[in-house]
Design a protein around this ligand. Structure first.
Ligand SMILES: *[C@@H]1O[C@H](CO)[C@@H](O)[C@H](O)[C@H]1NC(C)=O
Ligand SMILES: *[C@@H]1O[C@H](CO)[C@@H](O)[C@H](O)[C@H]1NC(C)=O
Ligand SMILES: *[C@@H]1O[C@H](CO)[C@@H](O)[C@H](O)[C@H]1NC(C)=O
Ligand SMILES: *[C@@H]1O[C@H](CO)[C@@H](O)[C@H](O)[C@H]1NC(C)=O
Length: 508
């Protein structure tokens, strides 16, 4: 009898941990590593898949968390739109992570962070476009809204933020992102003409208000006072943006393997365990309840908003009477450190990368198809029916697999308002090349791709162009490399040659 109830207890705890592990997986907020150290050199010639790791002594969890917050008080820089002279920019596809948000969980027996989610240009951080953005969103009824998006609020609108709500910081981050890319793509490269048409722009988001609002803020920075009737906002039902290709049993099994690894790693960390116990004691809650509340998510919000860490709302028994017990920066640093270590272990184990290849394929396949159509249309001088600017407003759990699938694990976990950009370029054609292309019809020899993450050019860090960089004199990466990577080569890591085959094979 005793043995049996113990067995049931084990089952219940196991189920609880599985749920917790899953939710943590989806909230695994690991900051970026410094980009500067990722520039590859000839030394890494043999590494097909550049897992870029920084010096362990440089892994200060607090400094990294500052980077993760992505404070909008600095000017945005980036290498977007840079190319050899005479190259023509044909299309740009952008994926963003939503901006700064309110926590998704609250820590038991503490007050929620006091943050106002009503937008006001008088409050910091502000932006020159903020006031007109607010006015423009009030006219949103003139736009076209897919599925349930029309009923979502187009602006954060609670004086005390809702769980997961985009903050003013988040809005400003994306106004800045949009404005930065406007300077480059619209002003310098004239990507969309003054009278751009509705079909040239593709906008998609998940059904969460924070991604919708982030996308709109970005769009407003990119095309201030845009014409609402020209805008259609599409809804992606899956956070993986997998459209009608979401069915992939093997992907889920790789994710389960990764979650088991993550759980083992976490539970074997004694310092982390002690930290949770100490935090729970301060607040007067059970350790397992504290863990389940994923306290790092709420602490990140306090940290990024420069708010003091939460204190127990009940009077804890302390040596000094009257003093309240609070969570500390040190405890936060321990959890962040463990997350960073977990990130490294995740790369080494490889389950996540396999998951990521299958998770990211549908989005990459759509991007590849779009680029190829634009490139072929250009060659045959046909009218282009594809959108030349696309914006996908997404989550960390969308962007992280994309980076991993492209071989960019070292780029770090997506910070708030992170941006990933795919550019398609056309080089001027010499007469010699034109003769060659007439003989060699299938090839897109004068089409090139660039991949940028938060303004850093990571094209030659990707799996599909790492080798090219070392061998070739071409200044950019051929589009063909990307196309064959997406259609076939990316599946070699799971011993397959197609998405369908990879998804439906047995995972050992
Ligand atoms: C930007 O804001 C953050 C947080 O408020 C602050 O720590 C940092 O010093 C500011 N940086 C600049 C350049 O103003
Ligand atoms: C915020 O906007 C949504 C959608 O328009 C609406 O349902 C909700 O009542 C608004 N909340 C506040 C506090 O105004
Ligand atoms: C990839 O794109 C092609 C169109 O180029 C389409 O026919 C195919 O179904 C797509 N595959 C997946 C798995 O999405
Ligand atoms: C791929 O095949 C190799 C050799 O047969 C094997 O060692 C490896 O585990 C396989 N990988 C996957 C993901 O199935």
């Amino acid at each position: 009898m005793l043995a049996r109830s113990r067995f049931i207890l084990v089952l219940v705890v196991g189920a609880l941990l599985a749920v917790l592990s899953f939710s943590l997986q989806h909230l695994h907020l690991i900051p970026s590593n410094p980009m500067a150290e990722q520039r590859s050199s000839g030394k890494s010639r043999k590494r097909v898949n550049p897992v870029l790791q920084t010096d362990p002594t440089d892994r200060d969890p607090i400094r990294d968390t500052h980077r993760y917050c992505n404070y909008p008080n600095q000017t945005e820089h980036g290498w977007e739109g840079h190319s050899p002279p005479d190259y023509k920019l044909l299309s740009v596809q952008v994926m963003i992570r939503h901006g700064d948000r309110f926590p998704l969980y609250s820590i038991p027996k503490t007050k929620k962070p006091a943050i106002d989610c009503l937008l006001s240009e008088k409050r910091k951080p502000s932006h020159p476009l903020l006031a007109s953005f607010i006015r423009h969103m009030a006219l949103g009824g003139r736009g076209h809204w897919d599925a349930s998006l029309g009923s979502l609020s187009r602006l954060p609108n609670h004086s005390s933020c809702d769980m997961g709500e985009l903050t003013q910081t988040g809005v400003v981050q994306h106004l800045k992102n949009g404005e930065h890319l406007r300077q480059i793509y619209i002003k310098r490269h004239r990507l969309l003409s003054v009278d751009w048409s509705a079909r040239q722009l593709w906008l998609e988001t998940t059904g969460k208000s924070r991604t919708l609002q982030s996308g709109l803020a970005f769009l407003y920075g990119f095309l201030p006072r845009f014409d609402w009737p020209h805008v259609t906002v599409r809804q992606q039902w899956s956070t993986l943006f997998c459209g009608s290709s979401c069915d992939c049993p093997a992907r889920n099994r790789y994710l389960e393997q990764e979650q088991r690894r993550q759980y083992r790693h976490r539970t074997s960390d004694k310092e982390l365990e002690n930290t949770y116990v100490a935090m729970a004691k301060v607040l007067g809650v059970a350790t397992k309840n504290l863990r389940a509340a994923n306290p790092v998510d709420a602490l990140l919000c306090h940290f990024c908003h420069n708010l003091p860490f939460p204190c127990s709302t009940t009077q804890a028994k302390l040596n000094t009477p009257g003093e309240r017990a609070c969570l500390t920066l040190q405890q936060f640093a321990v959890i962040r450190q463990q997350q960073k270590e977990d990130e490294m272990k995740r790369h080494e184990a490889g389950f996540y990368h396999r998951y990521a290849v299958l998770a990211a394929h549908p989005y990459l396949n759509r991007s590849a198809t779009r680029m190829e159509r634009i490139a072929r249309g250009m060659q045959t001088r046909k009218v282009n029916e594809e959108a030349i600017f696309t914006l996908s407003s997404a989550h960390d759990v969308t962007m992280a697999p994309l980076l991993s699938a492209l071989g960019l694990e070292g780029a770090g976990y997506p910070k708030f308002a992170a941006r990933l950009v795919f550019e398609l370029w056309n080089s001027p054609e010499t007469i010699d090349e034109r003769r060659k292309s007439d003989r060699n019809k299938g090839k897109l020899h004068n089409m090139f791709i660039r991949i940028l993450y938060n303004g850093e050019d990571l094209t030659f860090e990707t799996t599909f162009c790492h080798e090219h960089h070392l061998r070739s004199v071409q200044p950019l990466c051929p589009l063909d490399n990307f196309l064959s990577f997406v259609r076939k080569d990316m599946f070699s890591i799971v011993n397959a040659t197609s998405y369908h085959q990879a998804c439906h094979q047995t995972v050992v």
